[in-house]
Design a protein around this ligand. Structure first.
Ligand code: GLU
Length: 375
Protein backbone atom coordinates (compact mmCIF):
# COMPACT_ATOMS: atom_id res chain seq x y z
CA UNK A 1 0.00 0.00 0.00
CA UNK A 2 2.82 2.39 0.97
CA UNK A 3 4.82 1.62 -2.16
CA UNK A 4 1.85 1.99 -4.47
CA UNK A 5 0.89 5.35 -2.98
CA UNK A 6 4.43 6.72 -3.24
CA UNK A 7 4.97 5.42 -6.77
CA UNK A 8 1.65 6.77 -8.00
CA UNK A 9 1.80 10.24 -6.38
CA UNK A 10 1.88 12.70 -9.25
CA UNK A 11 1.65 16.15 -7.73
CA UNK A 12 4.01 16.45 -4.79
CA UNK A 13 4.77 19.32 -2.41
CA UNK A 14 8.32 19.01 -1.07
CA UNK A 15 9.19 20.99 2.06
CA UNK A 16 12.86 21.69 2.59
CA UNK A 17 13.94 22.63 6.10
CA UNK A 18 16.51 25.37 6.79
CA UNK A 19 19.11 23.05 8.29
CA UNK A 20 19.33 21.04 5.06
CA UNK A 21 20.38 23.93 2.88
CA UNK A 22 21.87 26.54 5.21
CA UNK A 23 23.80 26.93 8.40
CA UNK A 24 24.51 30.02 10.43
CA UNK A 25 28.25 29.54 10.04
CA UNK A 26 28.37 28.82 6.31
CA UNK A 27 25.21 30.54 5.04
CA UNK A 28 23.63 28.66 2.13
CA UNK A 29 25.11 25.27 1.21
CA UNK A 30 25.26 25.36 -2.62
CA UNK A 31 26.37 21.73 -3.02
CA UNK A 32 23.46 20.50 -1.02
CA UNK A 33 21.06 22.74 -2.98
CA UNK A 34 22.45 21.41 -6.26
CA UNK A 35 22.11 17.82 -5.10
CA UNK A 36 18.48 18.36 -4.08
CA UNK A 37 17.86 20.14 -7.41
CA UNK A 38 19.24 17.11 -9.27
CA UNK A 39 16.93 14.79 -7.35
CA UNK A 40 13.90 17.03 -7.93
CA UNK A 41 14.74 17.28 -11.64
CA UNK A 42 14.84 13.47 -11.83
CA UNK A 43 11.40 13.29 -10.26
CA UNK A 44 10.07 15.75 -12.82
CA UNK A 45 11.56 13.67 -15.64
CA UNK A 46 9.69 10.77 -14.10
CA UNK A 47 6.43 12.68 -14.75
CA UNK A 48 5.90 14.16 -11.28
CA UNK A 49 4.71 17.73 -10.74
CA UNK A 50 6.73 19.28 -7.95
CA UNK A 51 6.12 22.35 -5.80
CA UNK A 52 8.75 23.31 -3.25
CA UNK A 53 8.27 25.03 0.09
CA UNK A 54 11.72 26.13 1.17
CA UNK A 55 12.90 27.62 4.43
CA UNK A 56 16.36 29.11 4.81
CA UNK A 57 15.77 32.81 4.21
CA UNK A 58 16.43 33.94 7.76
CA UNK A 59 19.46 31.70 8.33
CA UNK A 60 20.96 32.85 5.03
CA UNK A 61 20.23 36.49 5.89
CA UNK A 62 21.93 36.15 9.29
CA UNK A 63 25.12 35.17 7.53
CA UNK A 64 24.81 37.89 4.89
CA UNK A 65 24.26 40.60 7.53
CA UNK A 66 27.07 39.07 9.60
CA UNK A 67 24.90 38.87 12.70
CA UNK A 68 26.39 36.93 15.61
CA UNK A 69 23.14 35.53 16.95
CA UNK A 70 19.68 34.66 15.75
CA UNK A 71 17.93 38.09 15.73
CA UNK A 72 15.52 38.73 18.57
CA UNK A 73 13.91 41.92 17.37
CA UNK A 74 11.25 41.65 14.68
CA UNK A 75 12.65 44.35 12.35
CA UNK A 76 16.09 42.70 12.33
CA UNK A 77 14.57 39.26 11.74
CA UNK A 78 12.55 40.72 8.88
CA UNK A 79 15.60 42.47 7.46
CA UNK A 80 17.47 39.13 7.60
CA UNK A 81 14.56 37.43 5.82
CA UNK A 82 14.55 40.12 3.11
CA UNK A 83 18.26 39.80 2.26
CA UNK A 84 18.19 36.05 2.80
CA UNK A 85 15.17 35.37 0.60
CA UNK A 86 16.75 36.91 -2.50
CA UNK A 87 19.93 34.96 -1.80
CA UNK A 88 17.90 31.77 -1.43
CA UNK A 89 16.09 32.30 -4.72
CA UNK A 90 19.35 33.15 -6.44
CA UNK A 91 20.79 29.82 -5.28
CA UNK A 92 17.73 27.95 -6.56
CA UNK A 93 17.78 29.87 -9.86
CA UNK A 94 21.39 28.81 -10.40
CA UNK A 95 20.92 25.23 -9.31
CA UNK A 96 17.87 24.66 -11.54
CA UNK A 97 19.15 26.65 -14.51
CA UNK A 98 21.84 23.96 -14.97
CA UNK A 99 18.96 21.55 -15.44
CA UNK A 100 16.89 23.81 -17.72
CA UNK A 101 14.20 24.25 -15.10
CA UNK A 102 12.63 27.64 -14.47
CA UNK A 103 11.67 28.55 -10.92
CA UNK A 104 9.14 31.06 -9.57
CA UNK A 105 9.08 32.67 -6.14
CA UNK A 106 5.82 32.79 -4.20
CA UNK A 107 5.64 34.42 -0.79
CA UNK A 108 2.52 33.87 1.29
CA UNK A 109 1.15 34.85 4.69
CA UNK A 110 -1.77 33.47 6.65
CA UNK A 111 -3.80 36.47 5.47
CA UNK A 112 -3.46 35.37 1.85
CA UNK A 113 -4.92 32.00 2.75
CA UNK A 114 -7.62 33.10 5.22
CA UNK A 115 -9.41 35.21 2.61
CA UNK A 116 -11.27 32.73 0.41
CA UNK A 117 -10.91 34.86 -2.73
CA UNK A 118 -7.17 35.31 -2.24
CA UNK A 119 -6.87 31.60 -1.43
CA UNK A 120 -8.56 30.69 -4.71
CA UNK A 121 -6.48 33.26 -6.55
CA UNK A 122 -3.25 31.73 -5.21
CA UNK A 123 -4.59 28.29 -6.22
CA UNK A 124 -5.07 29.50 -9.81
CA UNK A 125 -1.60 31.06 -9.92
CA UNK A 126 -0.01 27.79 -8.80
CA UNK A 127 -2.01 25.85 -11.39
CA UNK A 128 -0.90 28.29 -14.12
CA UNK A 129 2.77 27.96 -13.11
CA UNK A 130 2.57 24.18 -13.11
CA UNK A 131 0.87 24.37 -16.51
CA UNK A 132 3.92 26.27 -17.79
CA UNK A 133 6.22 23.59 -16.42
CA UNK A 134 7.67 26.05 -13.89
CA UNK A 135 8.83 24.94 -10.45
CA UNK A 136 7.16 27.10 -7.76
CA UNK A 137 9.37 27.83 -4.72
CA UNK A 138 7.24 29.00 -1.84
CA UNK A 139 8.11 30.56 1.51
CA UNK A 140 6.36 32.61 4.14
CA UNK A 141 6.53 36.33 3.42
CA UNK A 142 8.57 36.84 6.58
CA UNK A 143 9.48 40.42 5.71
CA UNK A 144 5.94 41.69 6.22
CA UNK A 145 4.39 38.98 8.36
CA UNK A 146 3.82 39.90 11.99
CA UNK A 147 2.41 37.36 14.43
CA UNK A 148 -1.29 37.87 13.74
CA UNK A 149 -0.93 37.22 10.03
CA UNK A 150 1.86 34.64 10.06
CA UNK A 151 1.47 30.98 9.29
CA UNK A 152 4.41 30.65 11.68
CA UNK A 153 6.35 27.63 10.49
CA UNK A 154 7.00 26.07 7.14
CA UNK A 155 5.68 22.59 8.01
CA UNK A 156 2.28 24.21 8.45
CA UNK A 157 2.80 26.39 5.37
CA UNK A 158 3.66 23.29 3.34
CA UNK A 159 0.44 21.61 4.50
CA UNK A 160 -1.50 24.69 3.39
CA UNK A 161 0.27 24.62 0.03
CA UNK A 162 -0.51 20.90 -0.41
CA UNK A 163 -4.19 21.72 0.07
CA UNK A 164 -3.93 24.82 -2.15
CA UNK A 165 -2.31 22.83 -4.95
CA UNK A 166 -4.51 19.74 -4.54
CA UNK A 167 -1.37 17.65 -4.17
CA UNK A 168 -1.29 13.85 -3.95
CA UNK A 169 1.53 13.82 -1.42
CA UNK A 170 3.38 16.09 1.00
CA UNK A 171 7.06 15.29 1.56
CA UNK A 172 8.77 16.93 4.53
CA UNK A 173 12.54 16.77 4.17
CA UNK A 174 14.46 17.44 7.35
CA UNK A 175 17.47 16.09 9.17
CA UNK A 176 15.64 13.27 10.97
CA UNK A 177 14.90 9.88 9.43
CA UNK A 178 11.22 9.85 10.38
CA UNK A 179 9.20 8.70 13.37
CA UNK A 180 10.84 6.18 15.69
CA UNK A 181 9.29 3.71 18.13
CA UNK A 182 11.51 5.22 20.85
CA UNK A 183 14.18 7.88 21.16
CA UNK A 184 17.00 6.52 18.94
CA UNK A 185 19.61 8.52 20.88
CA UNK A 186 18.70 6.73 24.10
CA UNK A 187 17.64 3.32 22.92
CA UNK A 188 19.49 1.38 20.26
CA UNK A 189 16.56 -0.91 19.64
CA UNK A 190 14.43 2.03 18.45
CA UNK A 191 13.11 1.37 14.95
CA UNK A 192 11.76 3.64 12.27
CA UNK A 193 8.00 3.32 11.67
CA UNK A 194 7.53 3.04 7.89
CA UNK A 195 3.73 3.42 7.79
CA UNK A 196 1.40 5.20 10.20
CA UNK A 197 -2.24 4.57 9.36
CA UNK A 198 -3.65 6.89 12.01
CA UNK A 199 -2.22 9.70 14.13
CA UNK A 200 -3.37 8.52 17.55
CA UNK A 201 -2.40 10.13 20.91
CA UNK A 202 0.25 7.36 21.26
CA UNK A 203 1.78 8.36 17.95
CA UNK A 204 1.70 12.00 19.03
CA UNK A 205 3.59 11.07 22.19
CA UNK A 206 6.31 9.48 20.06
CA UNK A 207 6.76 12.78 18.23
CA UNK A 208 8.13 14.25 21.45
CA UNK A 209 11.06 11.83 21.48
CA UNK A 210 11.82 11.92 17.78
CA UNK A 211 12.77 15.54 17.32
CA UNK A 212 16.52 15.76 17.23
CA UNK A 213 17.02 18.82 15.12
CA UNK A 214 16.98 22.60 15.35
CA UNK A 215 14.44 24.66 13.47
CA UNK A 216 11.10 26.34 13.93
CA UNK A 217 9.24 23.07 13.67
CA UNK A 218 10.18 19.81 15.33
CA UNK A 219 8.38 16.49 14.96
CA UNK A 220 5.24 17.81 16.66
CA UNK A 221 4.58 20.46 14.00
CA UNK A 222 5.27 17.85 11.31
CA UNK A 223 2.65 15.56 12.79
CA UNK A 224 0.18 18.42 13.00
CA UNK A 225 0.85 19.19 9.34
CA UNK A 226 0.35 15.51 8.44
CA UNK A 227 -2.91 15.40 10.38
CA UNK A 228 -4.17 18.52 8.70
CA UNK A 229 -3.52 17.41 5.12
CA UNK A 230 -4.65 13.88 5.99
CA UNK A 231 -8.17 15.27 6.48
CA UNK A 232 -8.00 16.45 2.89
CA UNK A 233 -6.93 13.04 1.58
CA UNK A 234 -3.23 13.90 1.24
CA UNK A 235 -0.63 11.57 2.81
CA UNK A 236 2.63 12.88 4.27
CA UNK A 237 6.12 11.41 4.01
CA UNK A 238 8.78 12.50 6.51
CA UNK A 239 12.22 11.81 5.16
CA UNK A 240 15.85 12.58 5.88
CA UNK A 241 16.91 15.06 3.18
CA UNK A 242 20.59 14.81 4.15
CA UNK A 243 20.85 11.33 2.66
CA UNK A 244 21.76 11.60 -1.01
CA UNK A 245 19.46 9.66 -3.32
CA UNK A 246 16.92 8.76 -0.65
CA UNK A 247 14.12 10.98 -2.02
CA UNK A 248 13.93 9.36 -5.50
CA UNK A 249 14.50 5.90 -4.00
CA UNK A 250 11.63 6.16 -1.55
CA UNK A 251 9.28 7.74 -4.09
CA UNK A 252 10.15 4.82 -6.34
CA UNK A 253 8.86 2.42 -3.68
CA UNK A 254 12.09 1.83 -1.74
CA UNK A 255 12.50 1.79 2.05
CA UNK A 256 13.05 4.90 4.19
CA UNK A 257 11.19 7.60 6.07
CA UNK A 258 7.76 7.46 7.69
CA UNK A 259 4.55 7.70 5.67
CA UNK A 260 1.44 9.06 7.39
CA UNK A 261 -1.57 7.75 5.56
CA UNK A 262 -4.41 10.14 4.76
CA UNK A 263 -8.01 9.48 5.71
CA UNK A 264 -10.05 7.80 3.03
CA UNK A 265 -13.05 10.08 3.30
CA UNK A 266 -11.71 13.51 2.63
CA UNK A 267 -13.28 16.85 3.43
CA UNK A 268 -14.05 19.04 0.46
CA UNK A 269 -11.75 22.01 -0.06
CA UNK A 270 -14.05 24.65 1.39
CA UNK A 271 -14.80 22.64 4.54
CA UNK A 272 -11.11 21.88 4.98
CA UNK A 273 -10.40 25.58 4.64
CA UNK A 274 -13.00 26.39 7.33
CA UNK A 275 -11.62 23.77 9.72
CA UNK A 276 -7.89 24.05 9.17
CA UNK A 277 -6.90 27.27 7.42
CA UNK A 278 -9.05 29.74 9.31
CA UNK A 279 -8.33 30.64 12.92
CA UNK A 280 -11.17 30.37 15.39
CA UNK A 281 -12.33 33.68 16.92
CA UNK A 282 -14.29 32.25 19.81
CA UNK A 283 -16.00 29.26 21.38
CA UNK A 284 -19.63 28.31 21.56
CA UNK A 285 -20.37 25.79 24.32
CA UNK A 286 -23.29 23.48 23.50
CA UNK A 287 -25.65 21.27 25.46
CA UNK A 288 -25.71 17.50 24.84
CA UNK A 289 -28.80 17.70 22.60
CA UNK A 290 -27.09 20.14 20.25
CA UNK A 291 -23.86 18.09 20.24
CA UNK A 292 -25.90 15.02 19.17
CA UNK A 293 -27.86 16.96 16.56
CA UNK A 294 -24.64 18.23 14.99
CA UNK A 295 -22.53 15.08 15.17
CA UNK A 296 -25.09 12.33 14.62
CA UNK A 297 -28.02 13.89 12.82
CA UNK A 298 -26.36 16.28 10.36
CA UNK A 299 -28.25 19.31 11.71
CA UNK A 300 -27.38 22.99 11.78
CA UNK A 301 -26.71 24.74 15.09
CA UNK A 302 -29.61 26.65 16.62
CA UNK A 303 -29.46 29.16 19.46
CA UNK A 304 -31.53 26.90 21.73
CA UNK A 305 -28.58 24.51 22.16
CA UNK A 306 -26.05 27.20 23.09
CA UNK A 307 -25.02 27.31 26.75
CA UNK A 308 -22.14 29.79 26.76
CA UNK A 309 -20.32 32.10 24.36
CA UNK A 310 -16.63 32.90 24.74
CA UNK A 311 -14.56 35.44 22.84
CA UNK A 312 -15.56 38.25 20.58
CA UNK A 313 -16.64 37.60 16.99
CA UNK A 314 -18.72 39.04 14.20
CA UNK A 315 -21.18 37.37 11.84
CA UNK A 316 -19.18 35.41 9.24
CA UNK A 317 -16.25 34.67 11.56
CA UNK A 318 -14.88 31.15 12.19
CA UNK A 319 -15.72 29.76 15.65
CA UNK A 320 -15.25 26.52 17.58
CA UNK A 321 -18.12 24.40 18.90
CA UNK A 322 -17.32 22.88 22.28
CA UNK A 323 -19.04 19.87 23.88
CA UNK A 324 -20.06 19.39 27.51
CA UNK A 325 -16.56 18.07 28.36
CA UNK A 326 -15.04 21.32 27.10
CA UNK A 327 -13.61 19.68 23.98
CA UNK A 328 -13.74 21.36 20.58
CA UNK A 329 -15.58 18.98 18.26
CA UNK A 330 -16.64 21.18 15.34
CA UNK A 331 -15.84 24.40 13.57
CA UNK A 332 -17.97 26.66 11.50
CA UNK A 333 -18.76 30.10 10.20
CA UNK A 334 -21.19 31.80 12.55
CA UNK A 335 -24.20 33.85 11.40
CA UNK A 336 -24.49 36.11 14.46
CA UNK A 337 -22.06 38.21 16.46
CA UNK A 338 -20.90 37.09 19.91
CA UNK A 339 -22.78 40.03 21.48
CA UNK A 340 -26.09 39.03 19.90
CA UNK A 341 -25.55 35.30 20.52
CA UNK A 342 -25.03 35.98 24.24
CA UNK A 343 -28.55 37.44 24.30
CA UNK A 344 -30.09 34.71 22.13
CA UNK A 345 -28.49 31.67 23.75
CA UNK A 346 -30.93 29.02 24.96
CA UNK A 347 -33.89 30.60 23.16
CA UNK A 348 -36.17 28.78 20.71
CA UNK A 349 -36.72 30.29 17.24
CA UNK A 350 -40.20 31.62 18.15
CA UNK A 351 -38.83 33.42 21.21
CA UNK A 352 -36.00 34.90 19.14
CA UNK A 353 -38.51 36.30 16.65
CA UNK A 354 -40.55 37.72 19.50
CA UNK A 355 -37.59 39.41 21.21
CA UNK A 356 -35.37 40.35 18.29
CA UNK A 357 -37.69 40.44 15.26
CA UNK A 358 -37.11 38.45 12.07
CA UNK A 359 -33.52 37.29 11.59
CA UNK A 360 -31.58 36.96 8.35
CA UNK A 361 -30.65 33.38 9.29
CA UNK A 362 -32.51 30.91 11.49
CA UNK A 363 -29.31 28.97 12.23
CA UNK A 364 -26.43 30.14 14.38
CA UNK A 365 -24.18 28.01 12.15
CA UNK A 366 -25.60 26.51 8.98
CA UNK A 367 -24.75 22.89 8.27
CA UNK A 368 -23.03 23.85 4.99
CA UNK A 369 -20.60 26.01 6.94
CA UNK A 370 -19.98 23.46 9.71
CA UNK A 371 -17.25 20.83 9.92
CA UNK A 372 -17.24 18.03 12.49
CA UNK A 373 -13.64 17.38 13.55
CA UNK A 374 -12.68 13.72 13.60
CA UNK A 375 -10.58 13.80 16.77
N1 GLU B 1 10.32 31.16 6.68
C1 GLU B 1 11.49 30.91 7.47
C2 GLU B 1 12.76 31.12 6.64
O1 GLU B 1 12.73 31.03 5.45
C3 GLU B 1 11.55 29.50 8.02
C4 GLU B 1 10.42 29.06 8.87
C5 GLU B 1 10.51 27.59 9.20
O2 GLU B 1 11.53 26.96 8.95
O3 GLU B 1 9.57 27.01 9.70
O4 GLU B 1 13.80 31.33 7.20
Amino acid sequence: MRDKLLIQAKRIVIKIGSSLIASRAEGLRPQQIERLADEIAALRTDGREILMVSSGAIVSGIRKLQLKDYPKSLPVKQAAAAVGQSRLMWAYEKAFERLNIQVAQILLTHQDLADRRRFLNARHTLAALIGFGILPVINENDTVAVDEIRVGDNDTLASEVAHLADADLLVILSDVDGLYTEDPRKNQSATLIPLITEITPDIERLAGVSSTFEGTGGMATKLRAAKKVGEYGISTLILNGERAGLLPTVLGGGPGGSLFLARERRLNSRKHWIAFTLRSRGQIHLDQGAVDALTNRGKSLLASGVLRVMGSFEAGDPVSCVDTDGKEFARGLVNVSSALLRQMKGLKTAAIHEHFGPQEYEEVIHRDNLVILSC
